[in-house]
Design a protein around this ligand. Structure first.
Ligand code: ADP
Ligand code: MN
Ligand code: MN
Ligand code: MN
Length: 336
């Protein structure tokens, strides 16, 4: 029986890249990424090449069974120029973590978006629901909106073999979160992108869009969406001293701009110092501090100063590849 291979990649739109994909039919497929061939696409339609020389290459890097289709696979790809070098839109190629020493846990927040009202799911047409408070981790039709969608999403993610660690309803109406953890930065990015893809496709089925913008309700008193990046490497996992954690955190201070540059568009709207965020130009860190740029989880000192850090600044629309690449660069600059 023929096999459907959905080649998935990121386009070249700035400042926020979107998912693109197309189907390749093969007679058979082993299920192994090494057995997949490169493919090409028209880069002039995705802001990735000029019309006169439009071919870009798709290099398969990660493959999972596609639970939403019969005899099908999802194939995450890197985009290469026609000469085989990484395309400038290819954030995955920037990740320097060949030994998978870096572990990442991303907390992906997003809004389910009602296309008819152009508001979050659960917002009454032309008005507002009651203020934030009852929605976070809620149950019941008065407060939780779109559970059928997010439950279906969780099931297909698990069937695809993604390492989802949890889901929860978030602070705003129609806002949800899933968490994905991976030992290896590239794998974490691959899984976040495939999870986003699966969610977009479920949204099509219900006529609900996924709004990845970090502050879709603007300056109104509603939470924005983040993608907190929890990370560790051998140094942090085995540190055993507060001094090492301080040193790693301090390494982030002089490169605030370099980090914010890849932490997602419009982050100044979200990182205001309100709604559990730190102000965009400030840099701070602290144990258990959800108003800081970087939070040291309370378990770290409790565990003899071993564990991980949470950078709370990346937003929901950020590219996890670029976020991970930048964090790795900064952490690797620390000499223990
Ligand atoms: P909170 O909402 O309290 O900030 P979550 O439970 O939503 O926290 O997310 C915490 C994340 O931290 C999870 O994705 C988890 O996998 C990740 N994590 C836990 N330990 C490590 C570690 N050693 N290295 C990297 N990430 C980790
Ligand atoms: Mn969380
Ligand atoms: Mn959250
Ligand atoms: Mn968090």
């Amino acid at each position: 029986m023929a096999v459907k291979l959905e080649y998935v990649w990121l386009d070249g739109y700035k400042p926020t890249q979107s998912l693109r994909s197309k189907t390749k039919i093969e007679k058979e497929f082993s299920g192994k990424v090494a057995d997949l061939s490169n493919w090409s696409f028209d880069g002039s339609s995705t802001e990735q090449a000029p019309g006169g020389s439009s071919d870009c290459l798709l290099k398969p890097v990660y493959v999972v069974p596609d639970p939403q289709r019969k005899s099908a696979y999802l194939v995450m790809c890197e985009v290469l120029n026609s000469d085989g070098t990484p395309h400038e839109s290819n954030g995955r190629a920037l990740i320097e973590d060949d030994d998978n020493d870096f572990w990442f846990g991303f907390e992906q927040e997003y809004f389910l978006w009602d296309n008819k009202t152009n508001r979050p799911l659960g917002f009454p047409a032309g008005g507002f629901p009651s203020p934030q408070g009852p929605y976070y981790c809620s149950v019941g039709a008065a407060n939780a909106y779109g559970r059928n969608i997010i439950e279906e999403h969780l099931d297909v993610c698990l069937e695809a073999g993604l390492n989802v660690e949890g889901i929860n309803a978030e602070v705003a109406t129609g806002q949800w979160e899933f968490q994905i953890f991976s030992k290896g930065a590239k794998g974490a990015g691959d899984q976040i992108w495939i999870a986003r893809y699966l969610l977009e496709r479920i949204g099509e089925k219900y006529g609900v869009s996924i709004n990845w913008h970090c502050k879709p309700l603007g300056s109104l008193d509603w939470n924005g969406s983040g993608m907190h990046a929890n990370f560790s490497n051998t140094l942090l996992r085995t540190a055993g001293s507060k001094a090492i954690f301080d040193k790693v955190c301090e390494a982030f201070r002089p490169v605030v701009k370099e980090h914010i540059d890849v932490y997602g568009a419009d982050n100044h709207l979200r990182l205001t110092g309100k709604h559990e965020t730190a102000s965009i130009m400030d840099f701070s860190y602290g144990v258990s501090d959800r108003g800081a740029s970087i939070r040291i989880p309370v378990g770290v000192p409790a565990n003899g100063w071993k564990g991980y850090l949470e950078d709370r600044r990346p937003n929901s629309a950020a590219d996890p590849y670029k976020v991970a690449a930048r964090i790795i660069k900064t952490v690797k600059s620390v000499k223990a």
